[in-house]
Design a protein. Structure first.
Length: 482
């Protein structure tokens, strides 16, 4: 959505707040309504509810150094609990429509890179340590200062890159795009569908969902994204009951045998803060924590900037409101995730689905967090939305975020090239952090080559140096014998 459109959608003079809740969250002041916030909260939940299934699968499929596995039921409880609590805290403390849950990518690092070197308690202790260090960076002002040091065009490029990234996530999650196995000896890494063609009823649900969503958006129908998710879920349930379908992926749209289930809080508090040092050694632990911090640090930075920009909440200088609180809560979410054995929790780019529904305040988080709280007891009911029904929302929001590309000056190579790399590397490497790193390093290099090194903020120099270490972590580990 363009800046002009956002301005046009808002009243020229905000109406007076309807009540104390409106006043606290600035709902009317930000040109929103309770209905929009509620729709946005639902849309965000349904586009990220997959984490209740995926996080237990990733963490539960791995063994630690001693051959122990985490219990899947306990992982569902831990994942839902942390998402519920931290999303609500972000809504109240940060007043942004920014939901939090266990971070994808980070949980895979914990499961397949860290856990084999130590016990699960030690691995989760590293997550707690990482979160605490991030909180220290926030309290000292360093994390916020880095965000303010980024030139506005690069912030816009981050938003555009995230738009392409989450659209790609939507296509991949739905199976519209799939990875071609290396054994196939093909010349391209991805293909259309699972076999080079679109097949199966689940794919039909996704395609119809995309068409329905973009049609409703073009007609400017209120609740377009949420209407599509609900409609396609109902269609998927009907199709699943009538057709012989082998698999829908992670979530099968089948009415559950029971609606309510009992949560198991057995993993809460099961962590060891410094046990990893004794199991893996100090150098290995330091490198692991460094990788976790850098990934969490810049993933969150990109997400916060992208969501705030899409919601039209950045100020005249491109700054995020209440940024210090937002970053501190995000750091605390990492601590909470580790302490609950749910892996590091972080801000979710899928929150853009809620923004696409009109959410502009933290009130939407109360809805999203409340649904995650319900999921503690109603997981069978709330996890019947298949990815094919939710993924069209990501594709649509990817388009909305992509529109910001027009604000970048493509005639100035010192900005255009770093912006291009930021935008391209995110979807191509499936990582927000990698895209930001490529953009930072290119920006510093080009400024230096043009004799404009003094124009680069010293924090960008430092961040770029850290990214060089991040990208070269493998030869560094080999050099150190880790």
């Amino acid at each position: 959505m363009s800046g002009a459109q956002k301005v046009a959608d808002r009243p020229s003079a905000a109406p007076p707040p309807a009540n104390s809740v409106d006043r606290f969250f600035k709902i009317s002041a930000r040109g929103s309504t309770f209905a929009r916030e509620i729709r946005g909260g639902f849309a965000t939940f349904f586009t990220m509810a997959y984490i209740l299934v995926l996080n237990p699968i990733i963490l539960g499929s791995a063994e630690d150094k001693f051959g122990q596995r985490l219990d899947s039921v306990q992982l569902v409880t831990a994942t839902a609990l942390v998402a519920a609590v931290m999303t609500v805290i972000m809504g109240i403390g940060g007043n942004l429509p920014l939901a939090l849950a266990a971070g994808l990518g980070l949980n895979a690092v914990v499961a397949f890179q860290i856990a084999p070197l130590m016990s699960w308690a030690d691995a989760m202790g590293l997550i707690v340590l990482e979160g605490l260090l991030i909180c220290v960076l926030v309290v000292t002002g360093l994390r916020e200062a880095v965000m303010h040091a980024i030139p506005q065009p690069l912030k816009q490029a981050i938003s555009v890159g995230i738009g392409l990234f989450i659209a790609f996530i939507g296509f991949v999650d739905a199976g519209f795009v799939s990875r071609i196995p290396d054994a196939a000896n093909t010349t391209v890494p991805v293909q259309l569908g699972a076999t080079g063609a679109l097949t199966g009823w689940p794919m039909l649900v996704f395609c119809l969902g995309v068409l329905l969503t973009i049609g409703l958006l073009a007609r400017k129908v209120k609740g377009a994204i949420l209407i599509s998710i609900v409609a396609m879920t109902l269609l998927a349930i009907v199709i699943n009951s009538a057709a012989d379908i082998k698999t829908w992926g992670l979530t099968t749209p089948d009415w559950p045998d029971k609606v309510v289930d009992t949560p198991d809080f057995g993993l809460i508090g099961d962590f060891s803060l410094f046990g990893a040092f004794g199991e893996a050694g100090a150098i290995t632990v330091v490198l692991l924590v460094f990788t976790l911090i850098l990934s969490d640090f810049f993933d969150t930075m990109g997400t916060v900037v992208g969501i705030s920009a899409e919601a039209g909440l950045l100020d005249e200088e491109g700054k995020v409101p209440r940024l210090g609180r937002v970053l501190l809560i995000d750091g605390a979410a990492a601590v909470a995730g580790g302490a609950s054995s749910a892996s590091s929790s972080t801000s979710y780019i899928e929150s853009a689905a809620g923004v696409g529904e009109g959410a502009r305040t933290g009130f939407a988080n109360l809805v999203t967090g409340g649904l995650f709280a319900l999921a503690l007891f109603m997981t069978p009911l709330l996890t019947i939305v298949p990815l094919q029904a939710a993924a069209p929302a990501l594709v649509a929001v990817g388009f909305l975020m992509m529109t910001q590309v027009k604000h970048i000056d493509w005639d100035k190579y010192e900005i255009a090239i770093p912006a291009f790399l930021t935008i391209a590397v995110m979807p191509f490497t499936y990582s927000i952090t990698n895209g930001i790193g490529a953009g930072f390093v290119a920006y510093v290099l080009i400024k230096s080559v043009l004799g404009k090194a003094r124009e680069v903020h010293w924090l960008l120099w430092g961040a770029s140096a850290l990214f060089l270490v991040y990208f070269a972590i493998d030869p560094i580990e080999q050099l150190l014998g880790v």
